[in-house]
Structure formats: C-alpha cells, structure tokens
Design a protein around this ligand. Structure first.
Ligand SMILES: NC(=O)c1ccc[n+]([C@@H]2O[C@H](COP(=O)([O-])OP(=O)(O)OC[C@H]3O[C@@H](n4cnc5c(N)ncnc54)[C@H](OP(=O)(O)O)[C@@H]3O)[C@@H](O)[C@H]2O)c1
Length: 271
C-alpha cells in the first residue's frame, strides 16, 4: 500500500542528517526535486549552507541548515527545540549521518569508537523516537535509516562500525513491524561500498575493501533508498552484487564470513 504521505496534498517536510555531503546531500537533492521542504543536519555549517543554497536555487524549496554534532546529546535537545520553534514537524526522517573507523578495536581510540555508537546508533534511535509520534498520529510518513551491508555480518578490522550497523538494521526491522498497523513506514537502507568522504574518515582508502569492491555513486544509492522507501520495502539493498552478498550471508558459515572480512580489512596483518 502506498504510504499516505505520497498522496496527501499540501507541504511535505523531511529532516535529513548527514546532509553536508555524500549520500545525505544526494537525498537532499532528490527530495527537493519532489518539492519536499527540508531540514538539513550535520556539523559543517558551511557545507550545509552550500547544500541548502543549491537545492533552494535549483528547485525553489525551503531548506533549513541546522548545524549540530549529533554525538552530543545536548545538541540533539537543542535541535529538537529549534524544530519546535520553527514548527517544523518532519513527515519523513532520513537518519543518514554516520561514520566508521578501520583498525583493530584494541588499537583504535576507545573514545572515538564510542562516538561511532553515539552517532550511528544513539542519535539515530533518539531522533527516531522523538519524531515518530507525529508520524503515527497522522498515519503517514516514516523513517529511512541508513544501515549498511556491514549490518548483515561481523566485521573484524571495523568491529564497532559493523556492530553499529547491525543494531540499525535490527532496530529498523523491528520498528517497521510495530509501525505497520499505523501506516508509518520504517526502512533500512543497506548499501555496499559508496564513493564518498566515508573512506577517508574511516582511514580505509588503501584497504582491500576499497580497492577490490566496486563502489556505487551516492546518487545511485540515495535513489535506490528513496524508491525502496516509497515502495514500502523494509530492507533495501542497492545493486545485484550487494543483494547477492546479503543473501549469501544466510548460508555461509559464520567462521568463513569472519575470516573473509578480516582479510578484506587486513585485520590479521602484523599479528
Ligand atoms: N560510503 C560507504 O561506503 C557507505 C557504505 C554503507 C553505508 N554507509 C553509510 O552511509 C551514511 C552516509 O555516509 P557517506 O558515505 O555519505 O559518508 P560521508 O560523505 O562521510 O557523509 C557522512 C555525513 O555524516 C555527517 N556527520 C558525521 N559526523 C557527524 C556528527 N558527529 N554529527 C552530525 N553529522 C555528522 C557528515 O557531516 P559533517 O562532517 O559535516 O558532520 C556527513 O554529512 C553513513 O551512515 C554510513 O555509515 C556508507
């Protein structure tokens, strides 16, 4: 059944996190094409203003840049206050902000790894729980959470990141079922590698994952995600190769998955 938000007359509003570049910027451009009013969140105010300016200039939609560091719970309180002040009640939330770090868990900085959880999991769940009541009340709209192919398997060499994406996938699937009777869509977008700033921040430019696996463009992934969300799909894996990879996890022995991912990240090197 088509979500009521896509047939309803009147303005439609979306909040997109991580909209200062990469997949989030691609989502902003895509929704602006369809006349959605946007609230864009990320840390880099200059980049956010650039994206807001571009979508406004190209499509004439209102786009509000709301800079915030989502690893900081006070910043989320402040963001919620700002949205209330603006009377901006999102019909759709795209929880896209996220980052990862490559390296063995004991060799990476502990605090930085905890920030992965704060952003990829805590902030995502916090925003979802804050914004869902309005969607449930109106019986329309929903939440599109950006997980990853990583969410289907353990990832030695990026252990915390893979675990964070498994949490996003599990949370989204469970919530999708809870929200189904209310006409509210919850989906998890699970891309394989995407060519964005993600690899640099994760320190994985030279890894086998980046060198060997084909990467999609941010535009292609956002388009697949938005299309899947509109079709009411709960788990969206863009691309045939990635879909096969996600499916093969079901009948691949767990030890083989662990070894393969350790090889791809180089987690065993220099033991
Ligand atoms: N690229 C891939 O290969 C890949 C594959 C599967 C899944 N994903 C997922 O896709 C999502 C988008 O990543 P991307 O590939 O587009 O990477 P990206 O280009 O690095 O974009 C990440 C976005 O998150 C924002 N962000 C980072 N830290 C933040 C914080 N503390 N508070 C608020 N915003 C923050 C960044 O903006 P600021 O720096 O301005 O804060 C940026 O807008 C992530 O959840 C990622 O895990 C990526």
């Amino acid at each position: 059944m088509v979500n009521a938000i896509f047939t309803r007359e009147g303005p439609k509003r979306a909040l997109i996190t991580g909209a200062s570049g990469g997949i989030g910027e691609a989502f902003a451009r895509l929704l602006a094409e369809e006349d959605w009013e946007l609230a864009l969140v990320a840390r880099n105010a200059e980049q956010l203003n650039r994206v807001a300016g571009v979508v406004h200039a190209e499509h004439g939609v209102a786009a509000h840049a709301l800079p915030a560091d989502l690893t900081d719970t006070r910043a989320i309180d402040h963001l919620a206050g700002k949205l209330a002040e603006m009377d901006f009640r999102p019909d759709v939330l795209i929880n896209n902000a996220g980052f990862g770090l490559m390296g063995r868990a004991l060799e990476l900085d502990r605090q930085e790894q905890l920030q992965i959880i704060d952003l990829n999991v805590r902030a995502l769940i916090d925003l979802t729980l804050r914004l869902l009541p309005h969607m449930r009340q109106q019986g329309a709209g929903g939440v599109l959470n950006v997980s990853s192919l990583a969410g289907f398997m353990p990832g030695p060499g990026m252990a915390v990141y893979y675990a964070s994406k498994a949490a996003v996938l599990s949370f989204s699937e469970a919530l999708a079922e809870e929200m189904r009777p209310h006409g509210v869509q919850v989906s998890a977008l699970c891309p394989g590698p995407v060519k964005t700033g993600f690899q640099d921040r994760a320190g994985m430019r030279k890894s086998r994952i980046t060198r060997l696996l084909p990467g999609h463009s941010a535009q292609r992934v956002a388009r697949a995600g938005w299309q899947g969300f509109k079709e009411g799909r709960v788990v969206i894996v863009p691309g045939l190769f990635n879909s096969l990879a996600a499916m093969s996890v079901r009948f691949t022995p767990r030890f083989a998955l662990r070894r393969m991912n350790a090889w791809l990240t180089g987690a065993h090197r220099g033991r």
